[in-house]
Design a binder for this molecule. Structure first.
Ligand code: SAJ
Length: 407
């Protein structure tokens, strides 16, 4: 089957490469011309362990990159699904625009699989009406499928091959055809179900993780109040066979876990109570870190905030993605609280994104007295000695043998 991947971002690109590396004929489409040019020039467009090697494997198969939508038997739509921060509603316009473009070129009966994360009910509420409005009949002119991605940035390539997957389809026979395509590279179980179940399952998974991180964060706050060691407590509690508490941190970022639970809160107000509370707890963490910074500055007689440096801008370790990152959230809070001037450095972020951003670790460390570890990048894990003599607030618990401040 010839597959067109629509959208060559964080999910679309690795998935397209994986298919091509496993014998599927793939055409990758993106409206971003420079992205397509970069891929055609032989380079991948973001940092991810194993992505370069996968790209080389894909080139040995049959893959092309273009801005033009081709005629194919199957399309996989992996375009962004932004959400409105205030209404917490998803914006399905990119998905609909992609499908509308597909409808102009696809043969009758083509399969259109939406891989982008969408809120439960998006296909019924937004996608089906848009297809009907364009004059097409679902089940005859095109077949709709939802194939939510599950891969974790930082370990995407491994997880593409090993995670199980969910395929939601109106017609189980179509779901089975799609399953065969994913089966070329996916060694995990692939469950075929209906679209609504697939949509809900995806959001429920990310919400589960959000709630569990919120529990760890709430414990960190409780333990701080009475000077208990939250990490030790979690370590011991986790020795219980049915307990597995996650790690507290400076907040929850990324475009998935910090976003998806809001879909449930928005659609089920009054019912999604734990879910909402978890979101609020996780969203409160950057401000909690800020309070810790103020207390540590006071304790050490430091008044000048420009002597404080935030290590890490990305939403988690060893990725270059800064979407919804706790550091960006903290800088946003700071506008309200402290004076500006705090310094920032991240080895994975080469672009200048915020004021007072450094691009060299030594220069950064040289200019600050207090280092706040916001992200546990390998670079810092491997150079903890460089923190000697600094006052350190370690929000990621990576300095286990050093005397540092913790959450
Ligand atoms: N975090 C903590 N404490 C923890 C674990 C994570 O504070 O113990 C923080 C991270 O630092 C980060 C945020 O939570 O800021 C989210 O990171 P993550 O590594 O937990 O997850 P994501 O957002 O990178 O990827 C998630 C994954 N979902 C689940 O594990 C249920 C991934 O499988 C999904 O494909 C992805 O969301 C997505 O795209 O939906």
């Amino acid at each position: 089957m010839k597959v067109c991947m629509v959208g060559l971002g964080y999910i679309g690109l690795p998935t397209a490469l994986m298919m091509a590396a496993h014998g599927v004929e793939v055409i990758g489409v993106d409206y971003n011309k420079s992205l397509v040019d970069t891929l055609n020039a032989g380079k991948v467009t973001f940092d991810e362990e194993g992505l370069d090697a996968l790209y080389q494997d894909a080139l040995k198969g049959n893959i092309t990159f273009t801005n033009e939508y081709p005629a194919c038997e199957m399309y996989v739509v992996a375009v962004p699904t932004p959400y409105d921060k205030f209404s917490k509603k998803i914006d399905a316009s990119y998905v609909n625009a992609a499908i509308t473009s597909v409808l102009k070129v696809c043969p009758k009966g083509a399969i259109v699989a939406v891989e982008s994360t969408i809120s439960p009910g998006t296909i019924d509420r937004f996608v089906r009406p848009a297809i009907a409005e364009a004059g097409f009949t679902i089940g005859e002119d095109i077949n709709l499928v939802h194939t939510p991605e599950r891969i974790i940035p930082g370990n995407m390539i491994y997880e593409l091959e090993h995670n199980s997957r969910t395929i939601g389809a109106d017609d189980p026979a179509i779901g089975e055809k799609v399953r065969q395509v994913y089966k070329t590279f996916c060694q995990g179980d692939i469950v075929v179900t209906d679209i609504r179940t697939a949509e809900m399952t995806k959001v429920v998974e990310n919400t589960f993780r959000d709630i569990n991180i919120a529990y760890a964060n709430e414990l960190a706050k409780i333990c701080r109040q009475d000077n208990m060691d939250v990490y030790k407590i979690i370590e011991i509690a986790n020795m219980h066979p049915r307990v597995n508490i996650l790690q507290p941190g400076p907040g929850v970022g990324g475009h998935c876990i910090s976003v998806d639970p809001w879909f449930l809160v928005g659609d089920y107000p009054g019912l999604a109570n734990i879910i909402k509370q978890a979101r609020l707890i996780n969203d409160s963490m950057p401000e909690f870190v800020l309070e810790r910074i103020s207390a540590i500055m006071e304790e050490n007689g430091i008044e000048d905030v420009s002597r404080v440096g935030l290590y890490g801008l990305t939403y988690k370790e060893d990725v270059d993605d800064v979407r919804e990152s706790p550091t960006l959230q903290l800088l946003e809070c700071m506008k309200k609280h402290l004076a500006r001037g705090i310094k920032v450095y991240d080895p994975c972020v080469t672009k200048d994104l915020v004021p007072n951003q450094y691009h060299d670790l030594d220069a950064f460390l040289n200019d600050v007295d207090v280092v706040v570890i916001m992200v546990g990048h390998s670079q810092m894990r491997n150079s903890l000695d460089k923190l000697d003599g600094k006052i350190v607030l370690d929000t990621r618990h990576i300095c286990k043998d050093k005397k540092v401040y913790t959450l």
